[in-house]
Ligand binder design. Structure first.
Ligand code: AMP
Length: 403
C-alpha cells in the first residue's frame, strides 16, 4: 500500500510517501519513497521535495494557503509518477478531544468534529483541517483518508492521573482533563523499542522522554500510556525550547498584575519567551546552549533546570509504574545530546539505571542502547518517526474497512 502522510502545521505542510508492504503496516516492513515540506506558507514560502533515489527539488515560491501547499506537493508527486499509486492518505491531527481515541476514516462529520475541537487546540487543529480539506478536494473521494491523533495514545491514562484537582463540575463543564500530546511520538518510541528488543509492545513498561523543541515524558505500562507530562495544553510539564512547563499557577495573575498585562499575555510569555530561551537569554536551541555551557552561567542554568525537571519526572514515573525496564530518549535533544542524557541519569544507580559513558557519547541521532550491560533499567535512544506510525495506523484502518 502506498500511503501519503500529511503533517500540517500552522505555516508548514510536511509529507512522506511510505510503502507498507504488509496489510498491518508493520514498521519493520515499511519503505520510504518520498518526503518533503512546504515551509513558511505565504508570499515567500520555501519548499523541498525529495524522491528517494531520485532528484531533489527545492526553492521558494508564493504559496497562499494550505490548499496551495498540498496542491504543489500532489503536483510534484504526479510529475514524478508517485501520486497515481497512492492508496490512502494519513493525516496527523494534534487534538482528538475525548471523542477520538483511535485513528479513524475521515468523512465530512469527522472533519467537522476536528474543526470543532479547534477550541481546545487553536494553534494546531485549524491547520490540520485545512490540510485535510485541501487533500480531499484535490485527490477526490476515491482516495480514503485517515486521521491519527496526537492525544489518542493517552486516552488510557486512568482517572486519578488525568484529573485536575479543581472543582469537579467546572472540569466537566469545560472538558478539562489531562489530554497529553506527542502521542504518536511516544507510541513510535515504544513500538520501535519493542521491535529492537524482540518483545511484544504489550509487555513494555518504560518511561519515554521525548525531548525536542517541545518536550514530554510518558509513563508506559503494558504498552499503554498511564501518565504523561503535557496536560490540558502542551504547556505543562517539562522545560521546553520556549515553554516554561510546570509552574505555580498563582504566577499568572501575579505577573499580570505586576506587569499590567492580561492573563493571555502572560500565557504568551510562558509559551514563547520562557523555557531554554527565557532562562538563557541566548537561544532555545540546545546545541547553542551546550556550546556555551562552560563559560555562560545562564546557558548552564538553562540546561541544569531542563535536566532537573526531566529527572524529576523520570523519578515520579518510576514511582507511578513501580519500576520500569527502560528509559527511552527521543526527539532532537534526546537523540543528540549525550550531555543532557548524562545529567538526567547521573546518580540513578540506586534504581538500577547507569549509562555506559562510551555508548552515551557515540549513540547520536540513531537507535541504540546507552546503558551498561548489567543495568536493571536499560537506557535507549530512539530516532522518532511519527510518519511511520501514521502510515501503520492508516494501513490498519484501511485494512479493517476492507474487512
Ligand atoms: P525536534 O523538535 O525534535 O526537531 O528537536 C529540535 C531540537 O533538538 C533543537 O531545538 C535542538 O535544541 C535539539 N538538537 C538538535 N541537534 C542537537 C545536538 N546535536 N545537540 C543538542 N541538541 C540538539
Amino acid at each position: 500500500m502506498h500511503i501519503l502522510v500529511i503533517n500540517s502545521g500552522s505555516s508548514t505542510v510536511k509529507f512522506q510517501v511510505i510503502e507498507t508492504t504488509d496489510a498491518t503496516g508493520d514498521l519493520l516492513l515499511q519503505q520510504k519513497l518520498a518526503r518533503g515540506l512546504v515551509d513558511r506558507i505565504g508570499a515567500r514560502a520555501s519548499y523541498r521535495f525529495e524522491g528517494l533515489g531520485r532528484s531533489t527539488q527545492s526553492g521558494s515560491l508564493p504559496v497562499g494557503d494550505h490548499e496551495e501547499a498540498v496542491r504543489s506537493i500532489i503536483h510534484w508527486l504526479r510529475s514524478n509518477q508517485r501520486e497515481q499509486a497512492l492508496d490512502a492518505v494519513g493525516h496527523r491531527v494534534v487534538h482528538g478531544g475525548t471523542e477520538f481515541t483511535v485513528p479513524l476514516l475521515i468523512d465530512d462529520g469527522v472533519v467537522e468534529k476536528i474543526d470543532a475541537l479547534s477550541e481546545l487546540a487553536p494553534l494546531h487543529n485549524p491547520a490540520a483541517v485545512s490540510g485535510i480539506r485541501a487533500a480531499r478536494k484535490i485527490l477526490g473521494e476515491f482516495v480514503p483518508m485517515v486521521a491519527a491523533f496526537d492525544t489518542s495514545f493517552h486516552h488510557t491514562i486512568p482517572e486519578p492521573a488525568a484529573t485536575y484537582a479543581i472543582p469537579y463540575e467546572i472540569s466537566q463543564k469545560h472538558k478539562i482533563r489531562r489530554y497529553g500530546f506527542h502521542g504518536l511520538a511516544h507510541q513510535y518510541d515504544i513500538a520501535r523499542y519493542a521491535d529492537l528488543n524482540g518483545i511484544p509492545v504489550a509487555q513494555v513498561r518504560a518511561v519515554t522522554l521525548h525531548l525536542g523543541n517541545g518536550c514530554s515524558a510518558t509513563a508506559i505500562r503494558d504498552g499503554q500510556s498511564v501518565d504523561t507530562s503535557m496536560g490540558f495544553t502542551p504547556l505543562e510539564g517539562l522545560v521546553m525550547g520556549t515553554r516554561s512547563g510546570d509552574l505555580d499557577p498563582a504566577l499568572v495573575s501575579y505577573l499580570a498584575q505586576r506587569e499590567g498585562v492580561g492573563a493571555n499575555e502572560v500565557e504568551n510569555w510562558l509559551n514563547h519567551r520562557s523555557g531554554l530561551l527565557g532562562l538563557s537569554g541566548l537561544s532555545n536551541d540546545m546545541r547553542e546552549l551546550t556550546a556555551a555551557y562552560a563559560e555562560n552561567p545562564r546557558a548552564r542554568l538553562a540546561i541544569d533546570v531542563f535536566c532537573h525537571r526531566a529527572r524529576k519526572y523520570l523519578g515520579a514515573y518510576l514511582a507511578v509504574l513501580g519500576g520500569a525496564e527502560a528509559v527511552i530518549f527521543s526527539g532532537g535533544i534526546g537523540e543528540n545530546s549525550p550531555l543532557v542524557r548524562e545529567k538526567i541519569c547521573a546518580g540513578m544507580e540506586w534504581c538500577g539505571l547507569k549509562l555506559d559513558a562510551v555508548a552515551n557519547s557515540t549513540v547520536i541521532g540513531r537507535d541504540g542502547c546507552i546503558s551498561v550491560v548489567e543495568a536493571a533499567i536499560k537506557a535507549f535512544v530512539i530516532h522518532t518517526d511519527e510518519e511511520a506510525i501514521i502510515a501503520r495506523e492508516t494501513a490498519r484502518v484501511i485494512q479493517s474497512k476492507n474487512g
